[in-house]
Write a protein that binds this ligand. Structure first.
Ligand code: PGA
Length: 252
């Protein structure tokens, strides 16, 4: 079901002790978040168990991971399966982040397999799409994102797709301080929703949560979240500061 959601992607930042201090502060500042959005914290793998234990049971704060392997188990040294993530309390997993696509060569085929693995383990994928600056300047943003959705995501059944949150993250806005304007975000979010309606049906499109990511922060979140098709954010840098992240959570 469509819901407001804010996810914090910690990326490869902080020590375990710093991570625990951050989550304790986030929990403290969000005790009264009864009517607010769902919140997902996505720390690095070694922090998951500890961060999960610091989250109040049954509340609006959830645990997520930043990646998973496509296979259920086996001889894949250094990798982490979706089932392992579920077993330490993860409910969500980010898949298809542009940093995974760019630095780790993750393509649509591999991401399709990862999506299947995550869903089989009962995880809710946060599936990222987004164009580069070159693509935007060539005026090919919609074609590119349509292609990412078709190749990476729309192979899922209706039932599987219902578990997915989509994140629109223009690559040129990630970690650059250059946010998409709320109009640019809205335009692409509306396009994504339209593609979902075509691939599935109008109800699926209405029910899908679509997040914006890319230099979203405490100053611009309210304007971004005010757009009709922007249901929340996938937050990198600003999720590492408890006060800023809380302001973003409270920006609906
Ligand atoms: P940023 O990262 O908020 O630091 O731009 C967003 C993301 O990559 O998920």
């Amino acid at each position: 079901m469509r819901q407001n959601l804010v996810a914090g992607n910690w990326k490869m930042n902080l020590t375990y002790q710093e991570g625990l201090a951050l989550v304790e502060e986030i929990v403290r500042l969000n005790q009264a978040n009864g009517a607010g959005p769902e919140v997902v914290l996505c720390p690095p793998f070694p922090f998951l168990t500890g961060v999960g234990q610091a989250l109040p049971q049954g509340g609006k704060l959830h645990l997520g991971a930043q990646n998973c392997h496509q296979k259920e188990s086996g001889a894949f040294t250094g990798e982490v399966s979706a089932k392992m993530l579920a077993s330490v309390g993860c409910e969500y997993v980010i898949l298809g982040h542009s940093e995974r696509r760019q630095y780790f060569g993750e393509d649509d085929e591999l991401l399709s397999q990862k999506l299947k693995a995550a869903l089989a383990a009962g995880l809710k994928p946060i599936f990222c799409v987004g164009e580069s600056l070159d693509t935007r300047e060539a005026d090919e943003t919609f074609d590119f994102i349509g292609q990412q959705l078709a190749a990476g995501l729309f192979h899922l059944s209706n039932e599987e797709f219902a578990q997915v949150t989509v994140a629109y993250e223009p690559i040129w806005a990630i970690g650059t301080g250059r946010t998409a304007t709320s109009a640019q975000a809205q335009e692409v979010h509306a396009f994504i929703r339209e593609q979902i309606a075509r691939a599935y049906d109008a109800q699926a499109a209405l029910d899908t949560t679509i997040l914006y990511g890319g230099s979203a922060n405490a100053q611009n979140a309210r304007e971004l979240f005010s757009q009709p098709d922007v249901d929340g954010g996938l937050i990198g840098g600003a999720s590492l500061k408890a006060a800023d992240f809380t302001t973003i959570i409270q920006s609906f």
